[in-house]
Design a protein around this ligand. Structure first.
Ligand code: PLP
Length: 417
């Protein structure tokens, strides 16, 4: 071969010297934005693409920033689950959920899911996958008898949510796992509302855990993502669906979500503590008809939560979403949300700001009064995602808004501020 002449300015510009690979560990995560990776040989390229050798080829397939995030969540969820727990990252919670559903169902397959399932999950199963021959029975998954009655030989998946929106129903994960496994089905748990700081479903028999990382894991309302964790053999098919459907997590989002994990325990413990204080304070308010929070002894999931959820010096962590229902129906619920000064009327949850949403007119707007009643949701219910404000300020804010809506529809003589 003849020697190449010195490269021209464009060639030199494109073929910059490679960036340094630090020998020391960086405390802050790295962002690998590259969409493509070059190989020393065509054989290596073929081996990585064929999953015969580890490595990166193309960022929709795998990328190191997304892997760093997914592996960190797997470490948190799998700490006591007996090893071999892996994770895969997705562009959103729904991308993660759809990958799991597509990986483990086929035409003729059957799914058992909660009546109270997250709206996106419900829509995917009821409106989209039903067109492809996947049939779902929606049942009250807190009622084991109904779950067992719904399971049939074609059942591939039992779907559950650790804590369900907006009633904060608590899934009895060990019992659901037993029912699913007896039928050779998998138990998949959407643990978005709990995070691994409250509950780690893999330790209680779940096969796969999904999160909308957009919520508590990111924690600052500035990044969208999702993640699936579980044992290696089950994670492979989920990754394959992601390769086909393209729901990969972008590197910048992955960086933010991984960084969020570093403060997840601090934030969630504090949010749980404030939520417990808020629930206890408003439960005594005369304008309040009902408070749904598993930390209150009267909540139907209280004992299950005490059995399954982590605790610290501050007591059991019951999550940081509180649903408050004032007397007076829809109008009172909307007035409660609108009367807040600190709390913001907004979708989503899990961030630093306290957010409030009137359930019947927003997240559950497709339900009429009958459907709401069947799901145990009062038309006046307002869901609060408790943030990181001082508990006293928040209690003052909510109490003030409750006092302002006052009398509407309350039992006579009950209101005496
Ligand atoms: C938000 C949410 C999802 C969907 O997550 P996205 O990141 O918005 O796609 C799924 N499940 C639950 C419980 C959620 O709260």
């Amino acid at each position: 071969m003849t020697e190449a002449p010195p490269p021209g300015e464009n060639t030199r510009a494109v073929h910059l010297p490679p960036p340094p690979v630090p020998a020391q560990s960086a405390l802050g995560g790295a962002v690998w934005r590259s969409t493509t990776y070059s190989f020393d040989t065509s054989q290596e390229y073929a081996d990585v693409l064929g999953d015969r050798a580890p490595g990166y080829s193309y960022s929709r397939v795998d990328n190191p920033t997304a892997d760093a995030f997914a592996q960190a969540v797997a470490a948190m969820e799998g700490v006591r689950a007996g090893g071999g727990v892996a994770g895969q990252a997705f562009a959103s919670g729904m991308a993660a959920i759809s990958a799991v559903l597509l990986a483990f169902t086929h035409a003729g397959a059957h799914v058992v899911a909660p009546t109270a399932a997250y709206g996106g999950t419900y829509g995917l199963l009821a409106e989209l996958l039903s067109r492809f021959g996947v049939h779902t029975d929606f049942v009250d998954t807190t009622d084991l008898g109904r779950v067992r009655a719904a399971i049939r030989p074609e059942t591939r998946l039992v779907w559950a949510e650790t804590l369900a929106n907006p009633t904060m129903a608590v899934a009895d994960i060990p019992a659901l796992a037993e029912a699913a496994h007896e039928a050779d089905a998998l138990l998949v748990v959407d643990s978005t509302f709990a995070t691994p700081v409250v509950c780690r479903p893999l330790e209680h028999g779940a096969d796969l855990v999904v999160h909308s990382a957009t919520k508590y894991i990111g924690g600052h309302s500035d990044a969208t993502g999702g993640v699936v964790v579980g044992r290696g053999g089950l994670i492979g098919p989920v990754r394959t669906v992601r390769i086909h459907t393209g729901g990969m997590l972008a590197p910048d989002e992955a960086f933010l979500l991984r960084r969020g994990l570093e403060t997840l325990p601090l934030r969630v413990r504090r949010q749980c503590d404030t939520a417990a204080q808020l629930a206890a304070a408003v439960a005594r308010h005369p304008a309040v008809a009902r408070v749904d929070y598993p930390g209150l002894p009267g909540h139907p999931g209280h004992e299950t939560a005490r059995r399954l959820y982590d605790s610290g010096p501050e007591g059991t962590r019951f999550g940081a979403v509180v649903t408050i229902t004032p007397y007076g129906g829809r109008a009172a619920g909307m007035a409660l949300a609108d009367g807040l000064r600190l709390g913001l009327v907004a979708p989503s949850l899990g961030g630093t700001h306290t957010l409030a949403g009137h359930v019947a007119s927003t997240t559950h707007r497709q339900m009429d009064e009958h459907a709401l009643a069947a799901a145990g949701i009062d038309p006046g219910a307002v869901r609060f995602s408790v943030g990181l404000e001082d508990a006293d300020d928040l209690i003052f804010d909510v109490t003030n808004a409750l006092t302002a809506i006052g009398h509407a529809g309350m039992p006579d003589g009950a209101f005496n501020p």
